[in-house]
Design a protein. Structure first.
Length: 278
């Protein structure tokens, strides 16, 4: 596969694998974190969310697809809360070669070099991946926020939905009454920063681990410019890393992409067959 094709297929695989999830933890109970009650600590983590309506950043993306070597590309990450997540890949002279756009309606991936695109609804992705995935979950992962399945935004009232479990590495917040999937969040006290999000298919080794590091000031809040993703449980590793720079909360950009009529629509299954053969 050529490098140009790998930009497109790599993004498709990365976005689709965000639907792959995994395991649970055996945890202990505690009652006080840095002088705060459990509820007060969870409220602090929720309140630490940036609350930005838009976010943009230059992005350096590294993809390791099933241990086949690391592909590095550069581009731009853009988010408008509640509307869209865009990843534009522009490795040469700022010329866009591929774009991934995630909206509440589904996922669109455009290969500009070969004039083709993939467009799938979240219903299709859920059926294919057998995972509970929606736009707001992905948005929370990109924005370094706690989330609850099926809920758009969290408030202090949602603190009671989490079980607090202090461990050596930090304080785990685990969603109560999770059934098929487990949702686990590693936080750091006393700063109440979210350091890791983990979504797991209960009773299996399959899961998505999303780590956050190198927090920088963005307005009055802190935002991580180093993110690492790992899709666990499979026979071969699937990993990605994003290094962000030049962060801004400017929302003056077009939120939705129009696909040229000259582009060919490709079925997701066709792209996956190509990927799985490699």
């Amino acid at each position: 596969m050529t490098r140009r094709i790998s930009y497109f297929t790599g993004i498709v695989l990365m976005v689709v694998f965000l639907a792959s999830c995994s395991a649970t933890k055996s945890l202990k109970k505690s009652h006080s974190i840095e002088g705060m009650t459990e509820t007060e600590f969870v409220e602090s983590v929720i309140e630490n969310a940036g609350g930005w309506r838009a976010l943009t950043a230059k992005m350096s993306l590294s993809l390791d697809l099933e241990g086949k070597g690391v592909t590095k590309v550069s581009g731009t990450l853009r988010i408008k809360k509640g509307e869209v997540i865009q990843m534009s890949i522009a490795p040469l002279l700022g010329i866009e070669v591929a774009r991934a756009e995630i909206s509440p309606n589904g996922i669109l991936v455009i290969d500009r070099m070969n004039k083709r695109y993939v467009e799938v609804s979240f219903a299709e992705v859920k059926a294919l991946a057998k995972a509970d995935l929606d736009f707001h979950t992905l948005q929370a992962l990109f924005l370094n926020e706690l989330f609850l399945p099926g809920k758009d935004d969290l408030t202090a009232r949602d603190a009671s939905s989490f079980r607090v479990e202090p461990e050596t590495e930090g304080v785990w917040l685990n969603v109560k009454r999770a059934k098929r999937f487990g949702y686990h969040f590693l936080t750091e006290a006393p700063e109440a920063l979210l350091k890791e999000s983990y979504i797991g298919l209960n009773g299996t080794p399959y899961g998505l681990r999303w780590k956050y590091d190198d927090f920088r000031a963005l307005g009055r809040k802190q935002f991580p410019v180093d993110m690492k993703l790992a899709f666990e449980g499979g026979k071969k590793p699937v990993k990605a890393a994003m290094a962000l720079s030049r962060l801004s909360t400017n929302g003056d950009w077009e939120a939705h992409t129009e696909v040229s009529k000259k582009y060919e629509k490709v079925e997701l299954e066709e792209i996956l067959k190509i990927l799985l053969k490699k």
